[in-house]
Design a protein around this ligand. Structure first.
Ligand SMILES: Cc1ncc(COP(=O)(O)O)c(C=O)c1O
Length: 448
């Protein structure tokens, strides 16, 4: 059985005095040129993940297999910038956005508006207007009142808004309560069990300037077992058939959401091929039982596309030993954390691994805790890890699988800079996002 690794495909660990490499680029040179912390993006790895999703969706949902095709919407909340969207466009994927800011970046990156899905549990009037003015392909609604707002805004513009209803099917999946989104007691979606989803469908059909174009689910995050997706999808497809009976509209699209897990340390994960093969079987079988034509399917992977493609490089600073109940612990402080990756460990208790990138250090190891440089005792990147005794100030530490919800959740707390993203391939490095500067902080301060 293949071992599950969090390192991207071109990663080569340090060997003797030679530092680790990514995309054919020496990590010491990368740190010298761009500073640390820096997100090193393995472009070949990222492209491969996009292509794997596109190929799997095309193959398993093909009309020859009795299905109606499938689209892959990259969930740009995981990480976005213009270069990222350009790559998404180049590899033939669509994009979903969760705010006006993400929509603006998707459009600036050249994404065809018809291939953009707009999310948000509390879209502002400006965001609804921007989506309609751009002519996006789908607006996913989370509440009944939104239908009236969108209908009115579309009416003012003389357009028809394509509406998807986000449904909470009652299925709860994911590693952690905070990121499980399909159970009832939460802010997303309209309930299937209490009839709100069906009521929304009726209302969408009645209201002018709306087209009921699809149903949507997103049942959680970092999921490594498809049973939850399968159960939820069957419920969603039954609802689709019920809506057709009640309103005469058999919605053409069903969006199965994202949430497919990745390896952060050594956790097993599912490939896009495994996900699509299983879900195609579920959709085909359910539609046969329901005696309805299958819908076009969408997937919304974010983490599983960009997460494993980035490694963050940090410089080691202060190292201190403390005595604890059963021995000693080394506190290894790195030069970042909330400006890059640490929000996930803080919010979700996520676990990462790390390796020394600047050189190979053999010999004994010491129980260590990797901490950031913010004025917060909770600023802990990795709670427990064995690191070499010989680790010194100035060494580079690499943390893999930081591409999703790292840079996109980064903050400027303590007025520390958010880290740059540098794409590397064949020994060439291209800056995708630069590091914040002090001038950026002053730029938003009118008193300056
Ligand atoms: C509606 C929706 N779609 C897709 C995603 C992407 O999830 P992931 O990055 O886990 O694949 C999210 C993330 O929370 C989401 O809320």
């Amino acid at each position: 059985m293949a071992a599950f690794t969090p390192w991207p495909s071109t990663w080569v660990p340090a060997d003797g005095d030679r530092s680790a490499q990514i995309g054919g680029f020496d990590t010491r040179s990368l740190a010298a040129e761009f500073g640390t912390p820096v997100f090193a993006l393995d472009l070949a790895d990222l492209r491969g993940r996009m292509d794997a999703w596109a190929a799997a969706a095309n193959e398993h949902f093909a009309p020859e297999r009795g299905l109606a095709g499938a689209d892959v919407f990259y969930a740009s909340k995981a990480f976005t910038c213009i270069s990222m969207i350009r790559l998404v466009v180049e590899r033939g994927l669509c994009a979903d956005v969760a705010s006006g800011g993400e929509l603006a970046v998707a459009l600036a990156g050249g994404m065809d508006p018809a291939r953009i899905g707009v999310h948000g549990n509390n879209k502002s009037a400006e965001e609804i207007a921007a989506a309609l003015d751009a002519g996006v392909g789908r607006i996913v609604i989370d509440s009944l009142g939104e239908l009236d707002l969108i209908s009115a805004a579309a009416g003012e513009r003389g357009v028809t808004a394509p509406i998807f209803i986000r449904v909470t099917t009652g299925v709860h999946a994911g590693a952690n309560e905070y990121i499980a989104t399909a159970h009832e007691d939460q802010k997303f979606g309209l309930s299937l069990t209490d009839g709100s989803a069906l009521a929304a469908a009726r209302r969408a059909v009645e209201l002018p300037n709306l087209e009921l174009a699809g149903l949507h689910q997103h049942i959680g995050s970092q999921i490594s077992d498809l049973e939850g997706h399968a159960v939820s999808t069957r419920s969603l497809l039954s609802l689709r058939a019920e809506i057709a009976r009640e309103t005469g509209v058999l919605v053409p699209d069903v969006d199965l959401g994202g949430g497919y897990g990745i390896t952060y340390v050594d956790e097993p994960t599912l490939s896009p091929d495994e996900v699509c093969a299983r879900m195609a079987g579920v959709v085909r079988a359910a539609c046969e039982v329901l005696e309805v034509a299958p819908p076009r399917i969408s997937f919304e992977p974010g983490r599983s596309i960009v997460g494993p493609a980035m490694v963050t490089l940090y410089s080691v600073g202060a190292i201190k030993r403390v005595t604890i109940d059963d021995g000693e612990r080394s506190y290894v402080a790195i030069d970042g954390s909330m400006g890059d990756t640490v929000l996930r460990p803080m919010l979700y208790g996520s676990v990462y691994t790390a390796d020394v990138a600047s050189r190979e250090i053999s010999g004994p190891t010491v129980r260590s805790r990797i901490v950031g440089k913010h004025c917060e005792s909770g600023d802990i990147m990795i709670r427990d890890i064995d690191l070499p005794e010989g680790l010194e100030r100035g060494d580079l530490l690499a943390i893999p699988a930081t591409g999703a919800y790292g840079r996109s959740m980064a903050s400027n707390y303590n007025l520390l800079a958010r880290s740059p993203v540098v794409a590397v391939e064949n020994g060439e490095a291209t800056l995708w996002l630069r590091r914040d500067t002090v001038s950026d902080f002053f730029a938003v301060d009118p008193a300056y």
